[in-house]
Design a protein around this ligand. Structure first.
Ligand SMILES: Cc1cc2nc3c(=O)[nH]c(=O)nc-3n(C[C@H](O)[C@H](O)[C@H](O)COP(=O)(O)O)c2cc1C
Length: 415
């Protein structure tokens, strides 16, 4: 064996190794810069957010099987790269609902966003505006339709609607969204009743959070969240901008189990912009809503927060894409934690993707800067995956780039 030739380290050799990186003064910026994946942002979010709001965001229904399977589907697929292409530049932009988006995904509608961080919807829409991607405001957003519009006048904005039998209220909301410049309605149809969120029940979660002994203890080490919460305006709701209703009354109005396809037809009569039906989980339902005038569907199981063990959106996607054909837009959400997931969905035929928790983890980790960090991470992952697959535009992505596989056996969707 050759012996190592040793010598005493010399100061002039060591000095260059000792160069300190300039320390980032802003603690939030420092934390965010150290997050390299959405999972990293989730870790920071968990440390900085009280367990009630964190679990409300992170959790899903019943055994949380739906969300794990959706994530597993992304993990299990196989990418098929093409080599020896010139991929020096890749363009991640696309066109969705007739207008450009700098990235092939947008911000999914999420309720009660100010509970994750007091900056709430304003922070998310501002980050979306900067990134030039669409933002969808939830009916149960904690910032009004008008406030969101004022905050980000040049952002592309969509409005998520829960259809109610109370047509006057639905009509008013839709009119407000139109007046404030929202381009499209995402009609969520997978909430006839609320899913069974066990973490929320176990945490005794209330909206807004109650000041109990437990929350006081929590506040001692998550003081920033509590300071923000106590020193900013109380929550009001996108659908109740005057803040007139007691929350329990409002929520009981929200989910209407009597809504049917006829209500969708009625909505088609009063809204002349695009309508996308969110929460489609069978090919037949995709066909039926398209036949009733929808402009597209969002294949989604609500992030696993409604019916647990519902179909895995990614597995269902190719069949829905076939069924919708060129009659409309197909989007996908649920389980996206990596830009590569978005690339896979596009390759399997989705026109666009939506992310929910991915940006909420960013929001909880660092307000608006955290949302921007989440977008940066996803964007870099999309670009890198495209280049590694050998494509330079979103339009080039096709089924030849992905093989659906599952650790549970063959992927066959009979729906
Ligand atoms: C905290 C939270 C609140 C949500 N609120 C709504 C809502 O008000 N309306 C709606 O249509 N979807 C809502 N969703 C579902 C999202 O729009 C989206 O379908 C889901 O988050 C996608 O899954 P992902 O979180 O794994 O990306 C919510 C999701 C989360 C995580």
């Amino acid at each position: 064996m050759t012996a190592l030739e040793r010598r005493f380290p010399r100061p002039k050799d060591i000095a260059p190794l000792l160069k300190m990186k300039p320390r980032q003064k802003d603690a939030t910026a420092r934390r965010l810069a150290n997050a390299h994946t959405i999972w990293d942002l989730r870790d920071i979010a968990r440390r900085r957010t009280p367990s009630g709001p964190f679990d409300y965001t992170d959790g899903a229904a019943d055994g949380e099987v739906g969300v794990s399977r959706a994530r597993e589907a992304f993990e299990d697929l196989e990418f098929r790269p093409g080599v020896l292409r010139n991929v020096a530049e890749a363009d991640t932009s696309t066109t969705v609902l007739g207008a450009p988006s700098a990235l092939p995904f947008g911000m999914a509608p999420t309720g009660f966003t100010r509970m994750m961080h007091s900056a709430g919807e304003r922070a998310v829409v501002a980050a979306a505006e900067r990134a030039q991607i669409p933002y969808a405001l939830s009916t149960v957003g904690t910032t009004s339709i008008e406030q969101v519009a004022e905050c980000a006048p040049s952002a592309r904005k969509w409005f998520q609607l829960y259809l109610w039998k109370d047509r006057a209220l639905s009509r008013e909301l839709v009119a407000n969204a139109k007046a404030a410049g929202y381009e499209a309605l995402l009609v969520t149809v997978d909430v006839p009743v609320n899913g069974n969120r066990l973490r929320d029940l176990r945490n005794g979660m209330t909206i807004p959070p109650q000041l109990t002994l437990k929350t006081f203890i929590d506040a001692s080490y998550r003081w920033e969240w509590w300071l923000n919460f106590l020193t900013t305006e109380p929550y009001t709701f996108a659908f109740d901008k005057d803040g007139q209703g007691a929350l329990t009354d409002l929520v009981s109005k929200l989910y209407d189990p009597t809504v049917t396809f006829e209500d969708l037809e009625w909505l088609r009569e009063i809204w002349d912009g695009p309508i996308l039906v969110k929460g489609i989980q069978t090919v037949q339902d995709a066909e039926d809503v398209m036949a009733r005038g929808a402009n597209g569907v969002i294949v989604s199981n609500h992030g696993g927060r409604q019916l647990d063990r519902a179909p895995v959106p990614l597995h269902l996607l190719p069949r829905v894409v076939d069924a919708v054909g060129d009659r409309g837009t197909v989007m996908l959400d649920t389980g996206i934690m990596n830009g590569g997931d978005i690339v896979a969905a596009l390759a399997l035929g989705a026109d666009f993707a939506l992310v929910g928790r991915a940006y909420l983890y960013g929001l909880m980790a660092g307000g608006e800067a955290g949302v921007t960090r989440a977008v940066e991470i996803l964007s870099a992952e999309i670009e890198r995956t495209m280049k590694l697959l050998g494509v330079t535009t979103v339009a080039e992505l096709g089924p030849e780039h992905v093989r659906l596989m599952s650790r549970r056996g063959p992927v066959a969707v009979e729906l």
